[in-house]
Design a protein around this ligand. Sequence first.
Ligand code: DON
Length: 559
Amino acid sequence: MTILPAGRSQPSAPPLYTIEKTAEAKKGMVVTAHPLASQVGIRILRKGGNAADAAVAVQFALAVVYPRAGNLGGGGFLVHRNEEGLVRTLDFREKAPAAASRDMYLDDRGNVIAGISTAGPAAAGIPGSVAGLAETYRVLGKYKNWQALVKPAIRLARKGFRITALEADRLNRFRPDFLTHNPWPMPFVREKSWQEGDRLRQPELAATLARIARAGASGFYKGPAAAALTNVMSNHGGYITQEDLDAYQAVWRDPVRIEWKEYTLYTMGLPSSGGILLQQILSMIEDQLRPTGGPRDVHNIHLIAEAERRAFADRAKYLGDGDMVQVPMDTLMSAAYARRKMHSFDPEKASRSESIEAAGEAPTREHFETTHASIVDRFGQAAAVTTTLNDNYGCKVWVPGGGYFLNNEMDDFSAKPGVPNIFGLVGGEANAIAPAKRPLSSMTPTVVERDGKLWLVLGTPGGSTIITSVLQVFLNAGPFGLSLEQAVQAPRFHHQCWPDRILSEPDAFEASVQKELQAMGHKLETTAYIGLMEAIGVARDGRFLGVADRRGDDHASGW
Ligand code: DON
């Protein structure tokens, strides 16, 4: 210990990372949840890679430096726009194992058994991320070789990296869960508690990444890495088998395309509910939104909340994996239907969710995690990728010999009609569990054109609030005319029909607005934060502006 002369304070340590919340650049931009991942992406762009290449490298890096959400053991969605403006989406969402069944989380009396769809091996769906990244590179990549995209992550896992204060806090907070679900040593549990700046090494993850670098997706879905996963399953009550891993495939899908005023939004369709709901909400508010009022105007807040209520009612009733259930997309997304849904809208009064649809009561929890990366390159391509383990560190099971956390995405199914999941979302038949089915998601990676030109790339974590956060940032930057920085950093609010309340960040509404909303009959509830938005705007002169959310370690890197 150094004893300093009286009156002199200990010189403070240099900051671990210089976190840039905004960046401006001409050639490329990468915005992610962690400065190291953003830097990995920029390096790939500088060395000739395109946005898809950078997206792959960033996802592998996030699996190392952002273990609560970055992943090999989860799944996600990519929305990609090429230089000609062609937009494709890739679905690498987890699937239910073949042994899954509709009532697998119910007891003999038909009640949901608390906790098994959220923690432990039985909560995990078949991971899709590695298949998704391999497919992204196969179809869209142009980088010299695949190995080079995995290499930065291998290095970070092998040599270790210094953890941020937020990561240290999470690791300490989840230590009891790690101990409960992992009767084996793991790098996240040690004698001492974690502190900012501690080095985290993940040699087993490095070994799995090295296999993926050598063999592509087979390095994960076959051989020793797959055996590590199926061992956990067979010995600890999970369902995923080698046949499930062999059968997993990522799927290219048409984007949801939303024409709205001078904007065209391209976003994710089923099995994400994000695109359909974004379209429904925008359609329901189009005629009555008052752009001059801005985002803090009580009329606009009420209107948006009421449209959200109505869209989420449809989510619960009609939406599920489009490969397995009939979803009346054309009706749900028609202008006539939006008008009909808004017949019951009263500009002076909150509707009651019971009058929209029947449903159960829902609990709420904070701090779930997912992660989004937005990337643009000098070729004119854009990539928006949202991936998740669902909850923080997924089902808390870290695969020994594999080196990664498994998701608890099975909780995104409706375990029983009307019984809410961890996001308070309810569902029914359309989102019931079935073998090889994908659970309904809210992830909404989005690319927006304005007057036909690339204008905005965005996305965020936040469970059900993902959809409404993407909506708000788009409205803020679009019709409300805020700068992109203001648009991203503005406080957010959210309505999901059940529970029947507006959830908001504490500073979202001025006191007078709060009173007016309550007088209209809205219940108000606050939560510490909503979302971690990563956005890139393209200015008229072609320059990129990256904005990373103020709410986390999120970082924008430009080139
Ligand atoms: O797919 C979904 O909608 C959820 N599994 C996402 C979870 C999430 O965003 C948690 N993060 N904050």
